[in-house]
Design a protein around this ligand. Sequence first.
Ligand code: PMT
Length: 402
Amino acid sequence: MLKGKNIIVGVTGGIAAYKAVDVVSRLKKQNANVEVIMTKHATEFVTPLTFQTLALNPVYVDMFVEPRNYDVEHISLAKKADLFLISPATANIIGKIANGIADDLLTTTIMATKSKVIFAPAMNTNMYLNPIVQKNFDYLKTLGYEFIDPGNGMLACQTYGPGRMAEPIDIVQYVISSFNDKELKGKKIVVTAGPTIEPIDPVRYITNHSSGKMGYKIAEEAQRRGAEVVLITGPTALLPPKDVEVIRVNTTMEMFNAVEAQFDSCQVLIKAAAPSDYRPEVFNHEKIKKKEGELDELNIRFVRNPDIAAHFGKLKKGQIVVGFAAETNNLIQYAEGKLKKKNFDFIVANDVSKDGAGFKSDTNIVTIIDRDGRLDDYPILDKSQVSKIILDKVVDLLNAKS
Ligand code: PMT
């Protein structure tokens, strides 16, 4: 499947370097030409000879050896690469690339390549969750670097959590799919994400706990599969994915108007946002003051906002409309009700009261219910994996229509 492809595998210094041996072996079985660059630290975990024997190519470690080709090494490898895979990718290499540091053969080659660069991170959970490392991930994603998210599990440091490098079979599958035709090319997908905020006065508003993570991951995955993506987002602290059109809104009415402007020209609408169902009837143009001598309470009257999903679910003319259901009880019963009432093609139900599901977390626990009444339960998964499942289902529905 990878015949004729030049894949440069960068191996950095972590215990998961032993899994990179399997990655290289699997890439060779797919007939790729594999060349390996190791950092000095990586050679402490696995010897270059191991990779050389499997890749049937010399392994590169040192920046300052006699060039084997006319071009200096890092330039010739950078030019040759059809794809660059860093497996395992330590927090260190990710930090260096995010900050433009090129101080060894691997970093200079990554910096000099124009090919796609994919990182398979592997590190201790605390390092993985460190805000600096997360910021580096987010920044590199906006530049088009791709990440194969690590799994949860028992790590070599005897802690349990995210940080374990993805399995070699999944890494190689990701590489193969990177060369496949983009299955959503020519499709326009509108994704809503995040909360909305409804102002009460110039200093106060009501909102909810949505961070936007679920919707942003869906937008990122749709873009990766070649779709033209419009991300309509409420206020979040996230950096949007690269090559996605971003429309920022505050209120549910603004989100409604933004979806309306895009709906006729899209093929798919995915409603991952948590829009506020109500807004204060009156916006006080001045800050509401405490008044002496009055009752110790403040009453604000709320009125209904439009239900964006239900509105466009009813209006759809051939579009696929995917909804979410955020519940704290009777998950399936309520989700089935919303699927029908809002005329969704399928619904992604999440119990937001469960640990690791719903708002803010990097993971979700979902049940997908389709119009035939089929229920698919999934275990706790990273939101990027949930996005893949949702988009696989969207692709199936689009293929069934064509
Ligand atoms: O953003 P995160 O922190 O990652 O959290 C993810 C999430 C919990 C927000 C997400 O997984 C989720 O469940 N999104 C839907 C939240 C929601 O509003 O659920 P609901 O059951 O109240 O609404 C059902 C559907 O109608 C949803 O698709 C919602 O987008 C839509 N809706 C709701 C109200 C409204 N006025 N207009 C709408 O379009």
